[in-house]
Design a binder for this molecule. Structure first.
Ligand code: MLT
Length: 398
């Protein structure tokens, strides 16, 4: 009989959002008359924008004609898209080579796949609360994880403990789930720590498009030295509504290296290319054409409009919480509001309470780690009417 990867036995029974879906499905079955409003998983609700649809249609037509048909594409992504991403980075002040950019089917896949590049005995530093994928993918590989407490005292933006050495560091800013955003000075603290420890930062920038304060960093490469210590992951899921369309990109700079057992160094860019060319056949041509449209002038304008809509939802929720005197974090440069559960409730207790009494779904903070206990995450990705209605129901509750 085949042997299983024993590390899987260290995982919780089910992934957080699957668990929530199951509970909501059970509630819906028991109360078919209730209109459930879902502000749980950060899934977008607005359709793809017109510029993207136009590009997708054009690409579908190309696939229907022998003269313009595309079979296997380059594993790293088509040049037209990597050039567009390079120009986007240049626009926010970071010069990249197109071959430092790898197009993928999303940040979640890359976050898991990147763990292939690192030895199982690397020590990993993960803030808590956190997007559960960082923890689970490292548990699957049997890595030792050190958790770093993010809490109200540090504004959910913990800084490194210089007396502790780690090899891999996960950072997410704007943060999922707390909505907190690191400043340039704080990120510099992390870059300095990583360089001193020869550690690699995996920087999840999936929510960068929500930053509207030019003083806040949208990319870790805005910090000097970051190209020698950081991989950046980004996604069009939240920037342009690609949660179901699937396209993201990961930057692995040429300057980034890691040690071999024999004391040599290897380029992580070359290793990642080797990994991708072996295990991945690239994102569909049609999707990449849609993605490239996001980076056109018109595409950027439409994406900004969409993000503005979600940010307005966040404002509506923030106003309700403020009126109720409930303390919360995030919701300004982020689609997430991270609120304290009212009346000292625990987070799953509040999840059940809100579902049963208002038919509103959120995400219990404890699902993101022990420091999330007593907190609850709301997403601004709902429709406007639903968001407003959820807040009306919320207002009447306590
Ligand atoms: C979330 O709700 O945390 C995100 O939507 C999950 C994801 O991006 O995979």
């Amino acid at each position: 009989m085949a042997h299983v990867n024993e590390n899987y036995r260290n995982l919780k029974d089910s992934y957080l959002f699957s668990d929530i879906n199951k509970r909501v499905a059970a509630f819906a079955a028991a109360h078919p008359e209730k209109k459930i409003i879902r502000l749980g998983i950060g899934d977008v609700t607005l359709p793809l924008m017109p510029r993207v649809i136009e590009a997708l249609r054009g690409a579908v037509d190309e696939m229907g004609s022998a003269a313009t048909f595309h079979g296997y594409g380059p594993e790293q992504g088509y040049g037209f898209l990597r050039d567009a991403i390079r120009d986007y980075y240049a626009h926010i002040g970071t010069a990249l080579e197109p071959d430092e950019i790898f197009v993928s089917d999303g940040a979640k896949s890359d976050l898991g796949n990147l763990t292939d590049l690192f030895a199982a005995d690397n020590t990993v530093l993960i803030p808590d609360p956190v997007y559960p994928v960082y923890v689970d993918t490292n548990l699957m590989n049997g890595r030792k994880i050190i958790y770093l407490a993010a809490n109200a005292e540090n504004g959910f933006l913990p800084m490194p403990d210089v007396s502790v050495h780690v090899d891999l560091i996960y950072l997410c800013s704007p943060n999922n789930p707390t909505g907190a955003v690191y400043t340039k000075e704080q990120l510099k603290g992390w870059v300095d720590y990583a360089l001193a420890n020869e550690a690699v930062i995996l920087f999840d920038a999936a929510y960068e498009a929500f930053i509207s304060d030019p003083a806040l960093p949208r990319s870790i490469y805005e910090i000097e030295g970051a190209k020698s210590c950081a991989i950046e992951l980004c996604s069009l899921s939240k920037t342009a509504g690609f949660t179901g369309t699937r396209c993201g990109y990961t930057v692995v700079p040429h300057a980034l290296t890691a040690k071999t057992a024999g004391g040599g160094v290897l380029s992580l860019n070359r290793m990642w290319l080797r990994r991708q060319t072996t295990k991945f056949n690239g994102v569909p041509y049609i999707v990449q054409r849609g993605a490239a449209a996001v980076f056109t002038e018109e595409g950027m304008r439409q994406a900004k409009e969409t993000i503005g809509y979600y940010k307005q939802n966040a404002k509506i929720m923030a106003e309700t919480l403020t009126r109720k005197g409930i303390r919360f974090f995030g919701g300004v440069h982020s689609p997430y509001l991270w609120m304290e559960c009212p009346n000292g409730m625990k987070s799953w207790e509040f999840f059940d309470y809100l579902l049963e009494n208002a038919a509103v779904v959120g995400t219990p903070g404890e699902g993101f780690g022990v420091n999330g206990e007593g907190y609850f995450r709301l997403t601004a990705f709902g429709g406007r009417d639903n968001t407003a209605e959820a807040m009306e129901r919320f207002q009447k509750l306590f």
